[in-house]
Design a protein around this ligand. Sequence first.
Ligand code: AMP
Ligand code: GLY
Length: 429
Amino acid sequence: MKILVLGGGGREHTICYKISQSLKLDKLYCIPGNGGISEIAEIPEGISSLDFAKIAEFCKKNQIDFIIPGPEEPLVKGIKDYLEKEGIKVFGPDKVASLVEGSKAFAKEIMVKAGIPTAKFEIFDEPSKARSYVEKKGAPIVVKADGLCAGKGVFVCETKEEAFSAIEKIMEEKIFGESGNKVVIEEKLVGEEATFIVITDGETFKSLPNSQDHKRLLDNDEGPNTGGMGAYSPAPVITPQLKERIEKEIIEPLLKTLAREGHPYLGFLYAGLMIVNNRDPYVLEFNCRLGDPEAQVILPRIGNDFLELIQFTFEGKLSEVEITESSGAAVCVVMASKGYPGAYEKGKKIEGLEKASQISGVIVFHAGTTKKNGEFYTSGGRVLGVTALDKDIPSAIEKAYKAVSLISFEGAHYRKDIGHKAFKHLKPR
Ligand code: AMP
Ligand code: GLY
């Protein structure tokens, strides 16, 4: 098969890595790719991942069997609807089904229709009404911009003043543009977060290994939110009983409701959960794609041929497939550029990649790198995702940090406590 992956981050390197191991692969392309991806996929020059017309032309010319969009933006902008009219297959949801991520208001409304547990909320398109609601409800309270905001649109407010300021920024200053036309205001949930991702054809689904990411920049979950500073899988907070409840109470009703509304969901569906009282799963958000950096710990733990898995999903034969999950664990430590998640430095030479990759069970995924004359340089906020596989989480943590210690670039920042949240659920060694 000939495959085109869209995106150029750590998740897309992981997708390309998995695909490159498939026996069914003839040729792999990635747009726009990155330094690491360029080692395993061909990167066509001069095409953006949002230029649907050029992508269509490229696919026809190169007889691409299907496209896998990594990030949400092409999906939310309707790449599937556009390309399928041209006869090109896209592994992802259509424009309406992608609204589970593209509009927080849509996601909340569909959760109500489907009876899915989520924080109590109201939706506002007028700042004055939003402010009155905050006044009435008090703090803590969570204010969310409706549309896509590159992971920055959620304000967890400890005081009413913080919530008023969030409403002003989103709805009046329009710091996220049109994405701030509406806000969702909801109660703050307290518990432990986890990521639950399934692959689905809209009717049947299979759960992938569960995981947990670390959204804050600094140790002990301090500092600003980021795209994700690390992840581990499995997440022991999700017990087998809880997994069953998440499938029954969240995934099944969502898929049924979307199908009933005429938009069966094909692709990867991501549920960001808050496990309240160590027992009850609530949905914080849905994403219409794999997580980043969750993909970097989930996909290496799956034994299946990734292309075959996707092919079966396209053909409606997912019920014939079992997801094979490695018995051990994976941990990914993200190394970021100085300044991230704000303005960050670029162009720093990265040393030690080869040495780190030589450790058995270590895979260094590239998130923001370029390759020049055989050397790698930083080019993004998140630069690398250093993944280690081992028999359990503590061993995988140790191995991941050993690999990280061998890699260096000027200003490199990483958290020192990735995976530690799992400890309280694990038996002492
Ligand atoms: P979201 O993009 O909706 O997942 O929100 C980003 C982050 O904000 C989540 O990972 C949580 O840490 C936090 N968050 C979102 N909604 C809530 C909520 N209702 N209660 C507590 N924390 C929340
Ligand atoms: N790591 C969070 C996300 O991919 O949305």
